[in-house]
Design a binder for this molecule. Sequence first.
Ligand code: CP
Length: 317
Amino acid sequence: MKKFFSVEDVINVYDLIQEALLLKKNPYDFQCFGKNKTIGLVFFNPSLRTRISCQKAAFNLGCNTWILDVHKDSWSIEMNDGSVMNFTQEHIKEAISVMSMYCDILAVRTFPNLLDRNYDYKEIIFNKILEYSKVPVVNMESATLHPLQSLADVITIAEYTYFFKKKCKVVLSWAPHVKSLPHSVANSFAQWISKIEQIDFTIVCPERYNLYKKFSDGAYTTHDQNEAFINADFIYAKNWSSYLDYGKILCKNSDWMITENKMKLTNKAKFMHCLPVRRNIVVEDSVLDSQNSIIFQQAKNRIYASQIIFLKMLQSL
Ligand code: CP
């Protein structure tokens, strides 16, 4: 594997999940591939889970890591070509070219600006990184996608369904938030779920919050949360800002919060969220802390999602 930007870089999603589950059982089995190898982790935006789970995954494979928090640790980086750099110190072209000489795999997080849909959805920054890097690149969340999160999510669903033994209903529910958030988790989740034929997938969101069609194709989208929750086996809560009115918060209605009463409509559904989560805004404490909440299983599977991707890249170096 030379790049991991989205599910489209994966040959067979079922095989990948199976391999990740095997790694979970025997996490230290492939250290021969990581010996004397280095993974560089570059963060243009903050992280808790992605940062630490990628480090742990690299450690399990016997790799070294270095981490750069761009805005804290480095020169200010110019993203635009042709700029007169009066206010920025280093261009992304040199920064990525140099960083990629100090590692065997480069993993990068770079969020959208949520102002210019065309710029974000063309993945201008991630594509520059791909162009300038001399080594394979992993997407640790880009302007529009968060594939390591989604891989962890489908691994988690596989565990709870005995590897998709029978049809199940998965609902991605929009939930309120105080800030304008990216679409990446929701887009990516929809894209990965569409590859699993045993999943009956519903997206529920307020009017004008429909996801970009390319990612949500094949899903049933509705604006009625109660209808969507009926007979659901998994409720995945996530906020995102509007795609149509790009980056805007159009709905602040707390009625969209995931509550114990709404969960009663489901088929004793498991509750999922990628974290971090704002308690009692996105979801009630009683749902998040319930027996059916599988947020920590999801977070743990972030390790094996990263590990299987790093392993595939190390194997093809
Ligand atoms: N879910 C997720 O990516 O968490 P972090 O932003 O903390 O990495």
